[in-house]
Design a protein around this ligand. Sequence first.
Ligand SMILES: Nc1ncnc2c1ncn2[C@@H]1O[C@H](COP(=O)(O)OP(=O)(O)OP(=O)(O)O)[C@@H](O)[C@H]1O
Ligand SMILES: [Mg+2]
Length: 915
Amino acid sequence: MLVGREDELATLGGLVQDAAAGRSGVLCLHGPAGVGKTMLLQQAAAQAGGTVLHARGVESEAHLAFAALAEMLGPVLDLRDGLPAAQARALGSALALEEAAPAAPFAVASAVLGLLAAAAEDRGPVVVVVDDLQWVDEASRSAVLFAARRLDADPVAVLLGVRDEEGLDVAALDVPALALGGLDADAGVALLTAAHPGLADAVARRLVADTGGNPLALVEIPALLSAAQRGGEEPLPAQLPIGRGLERAYGRRVGALDPPAREALLLLAAAQPGDDAAGLARHLVGDGALTAAERAGLLVLDASGATFRHPLVRSAVLAAAEPAALRAVHGQLADQPGASPDGRAWHRAAAAIGPDADVAAALRDVGVRAQTAGAFVDAAAAFARAADLTAAPDDRARLLLEAAAAALVGGRPALGRELLVRCEQVARDPLVGVDLRALRARVDSRSGQPEAGADGLVAEAQALPDDPLRAGAFLLEAAAIDMANGRMRRMVQRATRARDLAAPVAPPVAALAEVLIAEARMALGESAEADAVLDAAHEQLLAYQPGTGPPEIVAMAAQSATWVERFDRAEALATRLVAVLREAGLVAELVYPLGVRALVQLRLGRLQRARADATEAVELGDATGFETALGYPLGVLAEVEALLGEDDRCRAHATRCAALAESMSAASIAVYGHAALCLLELGRGHPGEAADHGLAAERVEARTDVDESAIVRYLPNLVEALWRSGDEPGAARRLAVLERHAQRPGHTWAAGAALRLRGVLGPDEEVDDWFARALEQHDPAERPFEAARTRLLLGERLRRARRPADARRPLRTAVAAFERLGAAPWAERARVELRAAGGPAASAGGPAAAGAPGVEELTPQELQVALLAAQGQTNREIGAGLFLSPKTVEHHLSRTFRKLGIRRRAELSGALPPT
Ligand SMILES: Nc1ncnc2c1ncn2[C@@H]1O[C@H](COP(=O)(O)OP(=O)(O)OP(=O)(O)O)[C@@H](O)[C@H]1O
Ligand SMILES: [Mg+2]
């Protein structure tokens, strides 16, 4: 019987009700041991009605990948066949329902999302309860959290339970959390007197106060007291056991049982998810042993089998066990006929004394299977345990190396580092040493020390004169790290050496190196030669398939194509790359390419589309915790928001971009954050602030050897900001740089911007000439934003030359163009100028002429969904590609229809901004 907890139940009940009404929600209930989390979760689930999916973590040495998912999804697995093929396969392989197929880290997670949504669609509201999340296998945990964060318009409530102080950081889960404290005084006393009718009232009140209302303590402590203490005649002990402290009290109760009951308890305590330990105990020690434990209040026996009265009973049983007895029960559990191969291997490991080659081999297989299914952290644990059981130092070192590599791919560099330290202590083979140091370099580069990481890789490559393939791969990796650092010259050197080494042995690797070299040279300003290389590689890059090399190289090729205004190539590459990565369900890998596609859209003046792509990139980066790639889309998003006049979002994203990039010494990326703020302030008419941010961008960029203003494109803004704040010499100095860059092929943007700035800085009589030439460069159809900026400055300049009548025409055109683009702050600036020049106060061109009405009201996700629907994709296909449920897709589409004033999908393509 539950006492108290009215508020908490109302909160949880609200979530369940929301789910019934078609809105998903998630809450993590956390608190100390015995505070009542499990009880509350069970009560909320019992009141839910509909489908309840349940899983519970078990404290154990074993790391059984996807064990909790198997438990949780059991009742709805029959719906797997209705999932998109890639999801059904990933899930089937993870749950060992079919042959293991290689899966990406988040493939199973998006399948869980799909299955929960399908269950809700098919059977009505679903409540997912995952208790003791701190002990749930890592693969299941990250899949459940991913799904919980991305469910939206689905009747699904996700309730999580976490015991504090067991190593799981609730704040880092990034879901709403509720800290559960003890019962209040009245509820506590009610609980005590219900369980122990003879207890004196004053003693009850005292116990509630001394235990902080911890219900487990309240239930268990009176049994530990003497009759005189219970009656209030003798004082209570000074130290009452609470939380984990109750383990010892349970331990004493376990010790009082007879040997068969203790053995039965030990079998249950050593069991892992999937074991039929109760069946085994019945078989080996008999029913009587189980019922004796039940009588002692340590077990609950019911239709679902035998469960411990509380998880602390399990800890108590394990703590009290003789090591030999524990090994023996693990041996018995390993021999159960129904044991899974993974479960058996972990039991055998726990039963082993000293090194055991067979068991180590079996555990290595467990690790390989987990890794294949995308459970990298659980795989790392299996490899590490296999290493413990391996005698030969180099074999052991190789297993530790495998473990560290898996930990790194699984996003746990700190664990990887720890494993590498252990590896270093045993490795003797020089080749293992090379791999070890290369891996350490990789760990460094992903955990905030890219410089050291890249240097380490280069050093290892030098130590491998007889292995050009591996040396080449190391150098290539080091070169790619330099891209973010902005050390472009060194990047060229490293990639060139990689290419020369790989050319005779691995032509595809050499070709990738060639592309990297070209990308770096492009950033160094060698546009013509580099562009020719990228142009020649275009078809090959377009044919990219996941698994044939890092997708970043293709995304970088698209990015660098924008620097020389080859937008056709850039868009084709980015669009194709995004499509194949979506198709393959590669969530984390999409983050950077989506950011690049956003950049392409931005440069083409399609601000809404740019925002949709960049927003999705940031969401996926957050959902996967993949921070390395997050800085770039944050920077692009901030620039888009600066243009759209979304000041607060722009500031938040720009600041986060710069901070994240700085923390990873990624100077090239940090520039974007500062540049977005410069643009924002310039658009808002704050030249002083704009100049400060522009100068910050310049300072950060000076730490790189980038010599290409077309990359981040802040230079004309800095020139304008300096000029407006009175620093003409400063403006002129930067203008000279822009003019130098404008000489390069494919730099009409720089050329036009430089010419218009000449017009601004030059004498009155030259105005017409400079601006006419600038406008020739910025064809309004191709560069609408730049052309409108040129007209705005022209109008302003003409007014300053006392030609207000001449100023009005370009200003009217500029207002209309900015409005069409949705660049609100700039439209406003142009309107103010127009009024000052004696023009009409009203808007010049009417509401957004080019986009259909309503498009700017769409949220980024609505637009993303609408664009795919306009291409003819079904809701299910769109959902699979965007990692959303079909229901959420439907929800977005119906809102989109309303905003656009249309009724049918067929009308979508006409209502959306042009491609
Ligand atoms: N609100 C309540 N009303 C009545 N009894 C309660 C209440 N909350 C908890 N209890 C009692 O306290 C015991 C411990 O609670 P519970 O198992 O829910 O704690 P927990 O927070 O899940 O602990 P752990 O972190 O160890 O899993 C329960 O078995 C139940 O007997
Ligand atoms: Mg609990």
